[in-house]
Ligand binder design. Structure first.
Ligand code: NAD
Ligand code: S2G
Length: 333
């Protein structure tokens, strides 16, 4: 059997982590032959809850989990980590604006970036889930200069899954029969869920989403709005931020990054922009990426971009630039 992978989950006493750690521990992310050392990090006021979660994880008696450490010490948590799932951050509640989160959360990622820089493996792979996810991931990478920027990502897979599920329900197919949807930009209501390169497989035939749906107004209107505002709709209904679906999407994101995506397929991940599609270099922006079995990825090149798409891609990039400026202000003062 392989050497155990050290996987860190932060926000371990919170609601996303509660679904996430079981899926990771059961082998559905790194596969049935990959042993794991799980590290669970939360903050001191949550220590008792964290201890309870640790008891439950032990009681799951998962054969792949060789060791579990629960800690409130950042340095201990980040030491020698291979994969970090950075969930720990405040969620938005009803009545709160996204802006309120930035000030509260961005310093967490400054501090964790600095810890990672000192004690994590240099080939660590990081997914940031805590909001504002793109900007937090960028801040984390800025404070971890010894780790390649390509190793940092943020979660937009939940948005991809939401888009896929909306189209599947509309057309009446299983979700896996909707392929190559794209989320461009920020994990926020300015994101652009784009189905202009996506396909539907129905009755053995592969057709474009536009051909399958036969309702361009819906695809350019309510579909986009529904995906963009789904997180807020869940908060309104549940009085809590999405958790089960966020945990599932985090597993999808890391599994595909770790094992590579199927031939001809791509997935959406927030990654550092290299200037592709004229998105400003250095922004943490969601692109379609092809992941590979050696845990690398490349941004899918050469997709045609309509004027409609261009305007939406630029609007979400602009929001990310504004968020970054606000975040730097918080971090530097
Ligand atoms: N990117 C996405 O698709 C997506 C989807 C859903 C939720 N989210 C975000 O994920 C975050 C977590 O959501 P949740 O519902 O699990 O929240 P939660 O409040 O249930 O749990 C968050 C946990 O993080 C802990 N925490 C706070 N600061 C920490 C730190 N410095 N180190 C370690 N742990 C820390 C808290 O104590 C808490 O236990 C929120 O910011 C939420 O908005 C993102
Ligand atoms: O705070 C929000 O509006 C979104 C919360 C979360 O990121 C989600 O997408 O479900």
């Amino acid at each position: 059997m392989a050497e155990p992978l050290k996987v860190l989950i932060t926000g371990a006493a919170g609601q996303i982590a509660y679904s996430l750690m079981f899926q990771v521990g059961s082998g559905s992310v790194f596969g049935p032959n990959q042993p794991l050392k799980l590290v669970l990090l939360d903050i001191l006021p949550m220590k008792s809850v964290l201890d309870g979660v640790l008891m439950e994880m032990m009681d799951c008696a998962l054969p792949l989990v060789k060791e579990i450490v629960a800690t409130v010490d950042e340095t201990e948590a980040f030491t020698d980590v291979d994969v970090a799932m950075l969930v720990g951050a405040m969620p938005r509640r009803e009545g709160m604006e996204r802006k309120d989160l930035l000030a509260a959360n961005v310093k967490i990622f400054k501090s964790q970036g600095a810890a990672m820089d000192k004690v994590s493996k240099k080939n660590i792979k990081v997914v940031v889930v805590g909001n504002p996810a793109n900007t937090n991931a960028l801040i984390c990478s800025k404070y971890a200069p010894s780790i390649p920027k390509e190793n940092f990502s943020c979660l937009t897979r939940l948005d991809q899954n939401r888009a896929q599920a909306q189209v599947a329900a509309r057309v009446g197919v299983d979700t896996q029969n909707v392929g190559n949807t794209i989320i461009w930009g920020n994990h926020s209501s300015t994101q652009f869920p784009d189905v202009s390169h996506a396909t539907v497989t129905k009755d053995g035939k592969v057709v474009s989403v536009y051909e399958a749906v036969k309702d361009d107004d819906w695809l350019k209107g309510d579909f986009i709005k529904t995906v963009q505002t789904r997180g807020g709709a869940v908060i309104k209904a549940r009085k809590l931020s999405s958790a089960m679906s966020a945990a599932k999407a985090t597993c999808d994101h890391i599994r595909d990054w770790w094992t590579g995506c199927a031939e001809g397929k791509w997935v959406s991940m927030g990654v550092i922009s290299d200037g592709s599609y004229d998105i400003p270099k250095g922004l943490m922006y969601s692109f379609p990426v092809r992941t590979k079995p050696d845990h690398t990825y490349e941004i899918v090149q050469g997709l045609s971009i309509s004027d409609f798409a261009r305007a939406k891609m630029d609007a979400t990039a602009k929001e990310l630039q504004e968020e970054l400026a606000a975040a730097m202000e918080v971090c530097e003062h």
